[in-house]
Design a protein around this ligand. Structure first.
Ligand SMILES: O=P(O)(O)OC[C@@H](O)[C@@H](O)c1c[nH]c2ccccc12
Length: 269
């Protein structure tokens, strides 16, 4: 079975269990006490390429990442070195994250940049969960939602709660669907979640069909700061980077390089 299908099937069971343990009405009650929303859209729109730095322990394609820092420490390091937003994996089984990890990062007093709840969202319930634990944005994967009217409803739900949605696509058809569903931020995943192949060029072709009214994010497989410069040159507003930061033995330096704060050695001369 393709990996994305397997994850989504498992997610349905998880969401049913979460709903039994804390019904939607409980989450709605918690919304009042959630920390105020930080503006993800404006963070990405700021001049220059915006780095969304990711926190995850492992992934189905890469296994465990060597980094040993706790999530909140990583988040502080990201935010102090030029990242404009943080993406935290909420999925536990496949990515080693969890809602509690998102909650810890989003409520850390030293983290001042917006936090995205990175999850395989298939039910509006998860969007309420994201806000109730202090997240500022959610990821919506067109392929796992699989229905334009549900996608439209979920984008609206996120916005009603004051959050933004990063709507992720793999193909031109999915990008067109995101536009129809009124996505304001559209991510193009360079890695196919079924085959795991990374193709940075394909995302440029897809980007060209997205109107300028939406912000665009190049996601996955960016390996060096030169890839960030290239994404900017191709007109992307932001990049989403995980592995290249998490496996670096100088994370501070690597974050600064992707954020455009350091000129890399070979460009200096
Ligand atoms: O670690 P990378 O290759 O820099 O990729 C980060 C991010 O784009 C990737 O984790 C991702 C993008 N979309 C997803 C959807 C689900 C899980 C993971 C992802």
């Amino acid at each position: 079975m393709f990996m994305l299908n397997e994850i989504v099937e498992h997610k349905r069971l998880e969401v049913e269990e979460k709903k039994r343990n804390s019904p939607l009405s409980d989450l709605q009650g918690k919304l009042r006490d959630a920390r105020p929303v930080r503006d993800f859209y404006s963070a990405l729109k700021a001049p220059g390429i915006s780095l969304i730095a990711e926190i995850k322990k492992k992934s189905p394609s890469k296994g465990e990442f060597p980094n040993r820092l706790a999530a909140a420490e990583l988040a502080r390091l990201y935010s102090q070195n030029g990242a404009r937003a943080i993406s935290v994996l909420a999925d536990e089984k496949y990515f080693g994250g969890g809602a509690h990890v998102v909650e810890r990062v989003a409520n850390d007093p030293s983290v001042h940049i917006p936090v995205m709840y990175k999850e395989f969202i298939i039910d509006p319930y998860q969007i309420y969960e994201a806000r109730s634990i202090g997240a500022d944005a959610v990821l919506l994967i067109v392929r796992s939602i699989g229905d334009t009217s549900l996608l439209t409803e979920m984008i609206a739900t996120a916005q009603d709660l004051g959050m933004d949605a990063l709507v992720e696509c793999f193909t031109a058809e999915e990008a067109a669907e995101a536009v129809i569903a009124k996505a304001r931020i559209i991510g193009i995943n360079n890695r196919d979640l079924q085959s795991f192949d990374v193709d940075l060029r394909r995302s440029e072709d897809i980007r060209s069909i997205i109107p300028d009214t939406a912000l665009t994010v190049s996601e996955s497989g960016l390996a060096t700061a030169a890839d960030a410069v290239e994404a900017e040159r191709r007109g992307f507003d932001a990049i989403l980077v995980g592995e290249a930061l998490l496996k670096s033995n100088d994370i501070t330096q690597q974050v600064r390089a992707f954020a455009g704060l350091e000129v890399s050695q070979h460009l200096k001369s």
